[in-house]
Design a protein around this ligand. Structure first.
Ligand SMILES: NC(=O)c1ccc[n+]([C@@H]2O[C@H](COP(=O)([O-])OP(=O)(O)OC[C@H]3O[C@@H](n4cnc5c(N)ncnc54)[C@H](OP(=O)(O)O)[C@@H]3O)[C@@H](O)[C@H]2O)c1
Length: 269
């Protein structure tokens, strides 16, 4: 699967192949969403996701950010929320209750905290307050988004919830160590996504809940860590968004609970 396969670029629902558990491809049709919600629409990847969804013909895009400002366009419905406030997430979900989105993407996350504290390179730098803040934003916040948004999903109809995770949250793939709180917060997020997928499958057999690794994307989050990257390894947000949407469009319930990278390959737990 590649970025050129982003569906619905002419506003028509796309036809896609779905990967099976073994990575083979089975035929299925997943309609491009008519309505979507992006939490984190002010971020590098979140903004690009909103724009790509709009370009693909999505009619309504609920675009959430702390400021309530995000990308502009006729399809965009801005809303405000803060990951640190469950009440604000509940209020946002309430606005969408009568006309819920088919796709929900949580594109929020932090690597460096707002006060400038960066990821720890050694256990000696661990600070419980910093760890708590990273977990609050990268794990608990998206979990609260899931709590309030999954409750809107109709039974018996396809629905999709994706959260931006990171390959560094994979325990089996961890060869370098470091970035303790960030890595662990993403591992914990992946576990919650798996749990939600198992739970939702009992009542919503057509639901898909996944984590996504976007690659190294040129954004405020990655900016302090871009030096020394091999040529071609920094993906523009627009390309990253197209990659991720193409991956999402190819997923079915049999892939729920797993984490996929921007090429559609599974990131092993
Ligand atoms: N960029 C990469 O190379 C890369 C690689 C792997 C994984 N990821 C993951 O991709 C996701 C998006 O990253 P990005 O590169 O787009 O980063 P970004 O440009 O820094 O965007 C981060 C987003 O998170 C939001 N956010 C932070 N704190 C919040 C809070 N308290 N309440 C509500 N929203 C809050 C930001 O909103 P404000 O504008 O209000 O701060 C912003 O919309 C993250 O989960 C990241 O871990 C990125």
């Amino acid at each position: 699967m590649n970025a050129s396969e982003v569906p619905g670029t002419n506003g028509v629902p796309g036809r896609f192949s779905t990967m099976t558990k073994t990575g083979q491809v089975s035929k299925s049709v997943k309609p491009w969403p008519r309505k979507a919600a992006v939490f984190g629409a002010s971020g590098g990847i979140g903004r690009a996701l909103c724009e790509a969804l709009a370009e693909g013909g999505c009619e309504t895009i609920y675009a959430g950010s702390r400021s309530g400002e995000g990308p502009e366009g006729g399809a965009i419905r801005p809303f405000a929320f803060d990951l640190a406030s469950e009440a604000s997430i509940a209020a946002a979900a309430d606005v969408m209750r009568s006309d819920p989105p088919e796709w929900i993407i949580c594109a929020t996350g932090v690597l460096t905290l707002p006060d400038g504290t960066g990821p720890e390179r050694t256990y000696k730098r661990l600070d419980p307050a910093v760890m708590a803040q990273v977990f609050a934003l990268n794990t608990i916040g998206p979990a609260m988004v899931a709590k309030h948004m999954l409750a809107l999903m109709p039974r018996g109809e396809p629905s999709l919830f994706a959260a931006l995770s990171a390959r560094v949250g994979s325990i089996s793939d961890n060869r370098l160590g470091g970035w303790h709180s960030y890595r662990a917060s993403k591992s914990a997020l992946n576990m919650l996504l798996k749990n939600f997928a198992l739970e939702m499958a009992r009542t919503h057999p057509e639901s898909v809940i996944v984590g996504l690794h976007p690659g190294t994307v040129d954004s405020a989050l990655s900016a302090p860590f871009q030096t020394g990257l091999p040529d071609g390894q920094l993906t523009p947000p627009r390309q990253a968004a197209k990659n991720l949407l193409a991956v999402l469009a190819g997923l079915g319930p049999e892939q729920s609970g797993r984490v996929f990278d921007f090429r559609g390959a599974e990131v092993e737990p």
